[in-house]
Design a protein around this ligand. Structure first.
Ligand SMILES: *Cc1c(COP(=O)(O)O)cnc(C)c1O
Length: 380
């Protein structure tokens, strides 16, 4: 297949760029104004009005009771897992097709991931795969889900909304409820994505977001934990701020906490970015429609949001017919100034995680060979 026409078409969407990247951040709102204000106030570090403002604005945006701003998405996941009850020696179900942070956050809690397959259409954790695994391998003993093979407790399940396409979160929640497994949603990629009109990240006990530079909005580095459970939210704030007992001048700490609070300087950037969300989301949706029409005419599958969901189109994807086609596409585009990228390697294929329990991963493997991310950033 000749990709010249396709490369020119993608470049045409970004007329001001010589090289088109996957997802560049854009700062054309109040970013500089708010950052200057934070500097002038001298509150650049871990307390300040922008942190408070962000936490409020964000919980409104995703419609959740509480939001706790932290230093990055990975640490948000680490703490959310701990709060959901994951203890040293436990096991946690997640998908093999994910960014390494999902698995690492499980490891930071001295727990072991179990890598299950994704649905082919959502690219996220498959309710069938989870149910099949639980029925074949687990019992409920004293209200806990126990893996009969390892005798370990499965204390959480972490679905991830791949590239902003929502997983079947309602089905997953129903299955996990039956087995007494709390859900921690890795919504790092799905800010602005909805399942049945409810924002992703708000279905589980806790949800987690990332504001790294390549995400839909950025604080440089940053993350958030959200929850509708007040006790968990209070614990999340406490644990991410060194577990300091509130007092005007005394320093006492009632557990070994983390210094994971988002600095006010980063929150200033993030508040300005959050104001731009609707504009970014609308522009990405327009671009997705343009791509969709073009690729359909070319006979290439462009991934669209599924029924009952609204995707943020964070990273848009095309699906090649074979690994060979994929490799040609990657080579042609990257050589000609259009950045494209294959999906991650499966976690269960990495040396660091290949000892972990897993299922067939049939869909995950097919997707890894075929899916390519194409430039998806805001076109300013
Ligand atoms: C970006 C991302 C994270 C968190 O990343 P940070 O860089 O730590 O903010 C976690 N999980 C997934 C799936 C991600 O894409």
């Amino acid at each position: 297949m000749n990709h010249i026409d396709l490369i020119q078409f993608i470049k045409k969407q970004y007329p001001k760029k010589d090289n088109v990247y996957l997802h560049e951040p854009v700062f054309n709102g109040n970013e500089k104004k708010y950052i200057n204000d934070a500097i002038d106030s001298t509150f650049v570090s871990s307390v300040g009005k922008y942190v408070d403002k962000f936490e409020l604005d964000f919980s409104k945006f995703v419609n959740t009771n509480k939001c706790i701003a932290v230093v990055n998405g990975t640490s948000a996941l680490q703490v959310a897992l701990k709060l959901s009850g994951v203890q040293s020696g436990d096991e946690v179900i997640t998908q093999s097709l994910t960014f390494v942070a999902t698995a690492n956050a499980i490891s930071y809690n001295n727990a072991t991931p179990i890598f299950l397959d994704v649905d082919y259409d959502t690219m996220g954790l498959s309710p069938n795969a989870v149910e099949n695994f639980l029925i074949a391998n687990c019992d409920i003993i004293e209200n806990k889900c126990v893996n009969k093979n390892t005798k370990k407790i499965i204390s959480a399940c972490v679905p991830m909304h791949t590239f902003g396409f929502p997983v079947r979160i309602k089905e997953l929640a129903a299955i996990c409820k039956k087995w007494n497994i709390p859900i921690v949603e890795d919504a790092a990629e799905s800010l602005g994505s909805y399942y049945n009109d409810q924002h992703t990240g708000t279905f589980g006990e806790l949800g987690v977001f990332s504001f790294n530079g390549n995400k839909i909005i950025t604080s440089g580095g940053g993350g958030a934990i959200v929850s509708n459970n007040n006790d968990l939210s209070i614990r999340a704030k406490h644990l991410t701020t060194t577990a300091k007992i509130p007092h005007p001048y005394e320093y006492a700490h009632d557990e070994i906490g983390f210094n994971y609070r988002m600095p006010n300087l980063n929150a200033a950037l993030l508040c300005a970015q959050l104001e731009m969300m609707e504009i970014y989301l609308n522009d990405k949706r327009d671009l997705a429609n343009i791509y969709s029409k073009y690729f359909e005419e070319k006979g290439i599958v462009f991934r669209k949001e599924l029924e009952n969901t609204r995707a943020n189109y964070w990273l848009m994807c095309v699906e090649m017919e074979s690994k060979k086609d994929r490799d040609l596409f990657l080579e042609d585009t990257n050589k000609n100034g259009v950045m494209t990228r294959p999906i991650w390697k499966l976690m269960s294929d990495l040396d660091i995680y290949k000892h972990c329990e897993k299922d067939s991963q049939e869909n995950s493997r097919k997707l890894v060979d075929r899916i390519v991310n194409i430039p998806s950033g805001f076109r300013n």
